[in-house]
Design a protein around this ligand. Structure first.
Ligand code: FES
Length: 257
């Protein structure tokens, strides 16, 4: 298809009203390109040539410029992406901690290449640059498509870090229903990766590193009423039993071993 054959798609109201409300805050209409393209992607799940042409017309910028912007930013997708977009960080820390092995495992498991959607329509994985969680490498960003108002496809972000190959594989199987999960369990919510006993604790209490898919907590462990209580000193784990009973249970079982 040549550029002359591309018909501009009528853009949804959410995009046109965003353009109108933001226009006065920016010196040129070109400066609105990224926010509008992101909004289109949220709405459609990806950006077709027709939608790109619609944005070009709305902002009165050349179509080629819109496409240059789309092709520069890897988070803008030019084809349908499946229910989950998996962004595997390829930058140094994560590469050293095995991020690309995770991606290769994914490709092998589903018989696809990076950026291709799996046959079941569930996943599309690709390499991304630093996700700014380098101390929890390897780091993966998952975007989960959902249905908003009308036809909207909104993407909810999750970060799943410190992940091992076994856990990555398990999460994929849980999300695709190959492994059954308990009612209310979200495979992408924070979960335990490992517990490491501190080798040189500062006092005679039990000190551990709790490594989860979100963080690495240095904690003091105390046993009360048959339960393990973990305190990281900042209260980040306060109320965990109510907030995330699945992680709480994993921690209880891990500390009991
Ligand atoms: S290097 Fe992977 S999050 Fe920064």
């Amino acid at each position: 298809m040549t550029v002359f054959e591309i018909e501009a798609a009528p853009l949804p109201e959410v995009v046109t009203s965003l353009a109108e409300s933001m226009r006065r805050h920016y010196p040129t209409s070109r400066a609105l390109l990224i926010p509008l393209l992101m909004e289109c992607q949220k709405h459609y799940g990806w950006i077709s040539p027709e939608v790109a042409m619609g944005v070009a017309k709305l902002l009165d910028v050349p179509y080629g410029e819109v496409q240059s912007c789309i092709s520069f930013y890897t988070m803008l997708h030019t084809k349908p992406t499946g229910r989950y977009i998996i962004g595997v960080c390829r930058t140094l820390n994560c590469a050293l901690e095995g991020a690309l092995e995770l991606l290769h495992h994914f490709e092998h498991k589903y018989g696809v290449e990076a950026t291709e959607v799996t046959a079941d329509g569930n996943f599309m994985a690709y390499e991304v640059e630093c996700l700014c969680d380098c101390h929890n490498a390897p780091s993966i960003q998952w975007l989960k498509a959902g249905q908003g108002a009308g036809n909207q496809t909104e993407f909810k972000p999750y970060w799943v870090n410190n992940v091992t190959l076994e856990l990555f594989d398990r999460i994929l199987d849980e999300l695709s229903g190959k492994i059954k999960t308990p009612e209310g369990f979200d495979p992408l919510a924070e979960r335990l990766v490992r517990i490491v006993e501190k080798e040189n604790p500062p006092d005679n209490r039990r000190w551990c590193w709790l490594v989860t898919t979100n963080c690495q907590y240095p904690v003091v462990v105390e046993q009360k009423d048959g339960e393990f209580h973990v305190d990281d000193g900042y209260g980040k784990l306060a109320g965990l039993k109510e907030r995330n009973p699945f992680l709480w249970k994993e921690i209880q079982e891990g500390l009991r071993k």
